[in-house]
Write a protein that binds this ligand. Structure first.
Ligand code: ASP
Length: 337
């Protein structure tokens, strides 16, 4: 079996001392160096597992609990496979059929799972801040797998990882985030991560889904996809989050697609090497045409593979063995959201 991590990331049997967090709650409060450490660790896991296909045993004896209160295809499977690729056990908690329906509180349920000896919880919930709340009440590592429209840090990391793998340093790279910015946790995590690494970020979509207030985060705002296509190196095409909207933000899906779908015709006006990303699930014909989704510049399936590498890195940093120097934690106990 290949060994991990290589000496450059610290002692061979401990998480590097420069990683001081107990949890991964969001990208907003990570530093650029911490994001780089996550990406470098993911790159090395990808290599050590021969493209995320082989197993290591670095988390042998650890148990990861998936606590998903919202639908998921990629993220839950990806976390489970990543944990197994590192030798950990995985247990899936399903909210339907649990004692939550008998009136048990969310925290009591989580504390019961903790009492069974798990080492980390991967949580997805419709309510923003749920992972941060768990981090205040449990003593195990908490990993945010999407909290409502707030953040989806591993999605942001895998998007950035996929761009960096193709283009190298993010400094000076122009990334357009197109679509439902208002309700997208993927957008928020991308914005925080990309800006910290020096990228230029343009958010684009209809005025009902892209408020001028996004400028306060340091991004540019556009409502005209045709205007931004020629200046972008990367377009990340975000799904319309109908499940989070009370009223429809545009008259018809057809009209939205006419203005904001990335099509073969628009590709002709793009920079030659424009990269296409989409977090999935994709809706062909809405945010992206089938030709663009399947074109050689599309990284959509690379993102899925890279998601495994990123989640291996996160699981390792959150529950891998710690040397003496890294036992102190910074203020990531969930307070402050
Ligand atoms: N899979 C991503 C998420 O869970 C993006 C999406 O659902 O559109 O946020």
């Amino acid at each position: 079996m290949p060994t991990f991590p290589p000496a450059s990331l610290g002692s061979p049997d401990a998480v590097p001392a420069s990683w001081t967090h107990r949890h991964l709650l969001d990208l907003e409060r990570l530093t650029a160096d911490e994001i780089r450490l996550l990406l470098d660790t993911a790159a090395r896991f990808k290599e050590a597992t021969h493209g995320c296909r082989r197993k290591l045993s670095v988390l042998g004896g650890r148990t990861i609990c998936n606590l998903f209160f919202e639908n998921s295809t990629r993220t839950k499977t990806s976390f489970s496979l990543a944990a197994r690729r590192l030798g950990a056990d995985v247990v899936d908690f399903s909210a339907s059929g649990s004692s939550l329906s008998k009136g048990e509180s969310f925290i009591d349920t989580a504390k019961n799972l903790e009492a069974m000896g798990i080492d980390a919880v991967v949580v997805r919930h419709t309510t923003p801040g749920t992972p941060h709340l768990l981090a205040q009440h449990l003593d195990v590592g908490i990993i945010n797998a999407g909290d409502g429209p707030h953040e989806h840090p591993t999605q942001g990391l895998l998007d950035i990882f996929s761009i960096r793998e193709r283009l190298g340093d993010l400094a000076g790279v122009t990334v357009g985030l197109v679509g439902d910015i208002a309700h997208s946790r993927t957008a928020r995590s991308n914005i925080h991560g990309l800006l910290k690494l020096g990228a230029r970020v343009i958010v684009c979509g209809p005025p009902t889904l892209v408020s001028p207030r996004w400028r306060e985060l340091g991004v540019e705002v556009s409502h005209d996809l045709d205007a931004i296509v020629p200046v972008c190196d990367v377009l990340n095409l975000l799904r319309i989050q109908f499940e989070r909207q009370n009223t429809r933000p545009f008259p018809s899906v057809r009209e939205y697609a006419h203005l904001y779908a990335m099509t073969a015709e628009r590709m002709e006006r793009a920079r030659p090497g424009l990269l296409i990303l989409a977090p999935g699930p994709i809706n062909r014909g809405v945010e992206v045409s089938a030709e663009v989704a399947d074109c050689p510049q599309s990284l959509i399936l690379d993102q899925v593979t890279n998601g495994l590498a990123v989640r291996m890195a996160v699981l390792w940093l959150v529950c891998g063995p710690r040397g003496d120097a890294s036992t102190t934690t910074t203020g990531d106990d969930g307070r402050g959201i």
